[in-house]
Design a protein around this ligand. Structure first.
Ligand SMILES: [Mg+2]
Length: 398
């Protein structure tokens, strides 16, 4: 089998990759909804792929992997990797999890994720109302995540939150950084205590906190919430679009507290996880298959983390329904250090009408049954998807 074309269309706001082959099989995958600008970067690799056998996924990846980078630039490579696995699974007539080593579990746990409600403000009562809605959501989540502090508008909404001026830049990621005031720290802790009181001890609470915390402030926070038994505190120091890891700084925080510390969504490739994992600088890593280099890359990191007693909770909030399929396939194969992956939704909602293969309902009691269809298990329906193609992408399914 040979690749005859690599196409990319922006459907909704997700860049969608199609690998076309001479065997009549197409492989599909999608990048995050936040990256509609990615299309030209995906198409840069068209020439390198044409003529290759898509079922030799690793050999194809060796041609292009060195041309990616930390978020967002690894996404083009990662999305191609997932489309290759879709072809390979369809060609073999098996779900992708079979090609990754087979299932460890029949259903995978998710955490929320992308099921979001508008927040009225950033005070404890606003967070209580928000987690109350999440608790009542039909998905029956057993873990939910909330953005706080530098990872939210709290830094603007709470007067004197920190010793710095919130940036006006539209680009998120460590632009806002500095010492948190005593008032700011107390406010964060009050919001967390209020959420935990509402959720009770049956639903785990994770918090996306930064980046932007200084090590000393991060240690103060992590110690102050130890009694609340949180799932994790995410990206305190670096994360999101920060193009480096800072394992040593994370290690100082992790060593100082019993609260689990999590990072990794922006990191590209297994090599960049070695320091974090070998030195146990975090308790949990959270690569995104759509940014780290793909699902095989994520599985390698999970295995390496497991050897070192580090847990795995993959990122995925913006990955859409095709990204959801990839998360399900790889998570089915991960070792027992897998906690849950971050649940994405179709955005806009018509995404659910243009694909087939998703279970109904998708999430039950916070879990998803692993999909047993060839390839990634969720496929675009060209006749239904065509109407959402932009003029310049009209030939995407031809
Ligand atoms: Mg995050």
């Amino acid at each position: 089998m040979k690749i005859t074309d690599l196409k990319c269309a922006v459907i909704g706001r997700n860049p969608v990759v199609r690998i076309v082959t001479d065997a009549g099989i197409s492989g599909y995958s999608a990048a995050e909804v936040y990256k509609p600008y990615l299309k030209p970067f995906v198409l840069l690799f068209r020439e390198a792929l044409i003529g290759e056998d898509p079922t030799d996924v690793e050999r194809v990846m060796l041609k292009i992997r060195q041309r990616g980078g930390f978020k967002p630039w690894g996404a083009a490579i990662s999305t191609i990797e997932m489309a290759l696995w879709d072809v390979a699974g369809k060609a073999a007539g098996v779900p992708v999890y079979k090609l990754l080593g087979g299932k460890v579990r029949d259903r995978v746990r998710v955490y929320n994720g992308a099921v979001r409600f508008p927040m009225k403000g950033y005070d404890p009562e606003d967070y209580v109302e928000d987690v109350r809605r999440m608790k009542a959501a039909k998905e029956g989540f057993t873990i939910v995540k909330e953005p706080i502090a530098f990872h939210s508008q709290m830094k603007r909404a709470v007067p004197g939150f920190y010793y710095g001026e919130p940036s006006a830049s539209p680009f998120h990621g460590a632009l806002d950084r500095g010492p948190i005031t005593e008032r700011g720290l107390k406010h964060v802790i009050a919001c967390i205590e209020a959420m935990k009181a509402e959720l009770g001890d049956g639903i785990g609470l994770a918090l996306d906190c930064g980046p932007g915390w200084l090590v000393a402030d991060a240690i103060r926070l992590t110690k102050a919430v130890e009694h609340l038994n949180l799932m994790w505190l995410e990206d305190l120091i670096t994360g999101d679009y920060v193009p480096h890891v800072s394992a040593g700084l994370f290690r100082e925080v992790t060593r100082a507290t019993s609260t689990p510390i999590h990072t990794g969504e922006q990191i590209y490739l297994r090599q960049n996880f070695v320091d974090l994992i070998e030195t146990r600088s975090v308790s949990i890593v959270g690569p995104d298959p759509g940014d780290v280099g793909g699902i095989a890359e994520l599985k390698w990191i999970a295995e390496f983390a497991d050897l070192h007693g580090v847990q795995m909770a993959p990122h995925g909030v913006g990955n859409g329904v095709l990204g959801l399929a990839a998360l399900i396939q790889v998570s089915a194969t991960l070792p027992h250090n897998f906690i849950a992956f971050e649940y994405p939704v179709g955005d806009p909602a018509w995404w659910y009408e243009i694909v087939e293969g998703l279970p109904d309902p998708i999430v039950r009691n916070g879990m998803i049954d692993v999909i047993d269809r060839p390839g990634m298990g969720v496929d675009l329906i060209p006749e239904r998807a065509r109407r959402y193609l932009a003029e310049e992408d009209k030939a995407f399914f031809d």
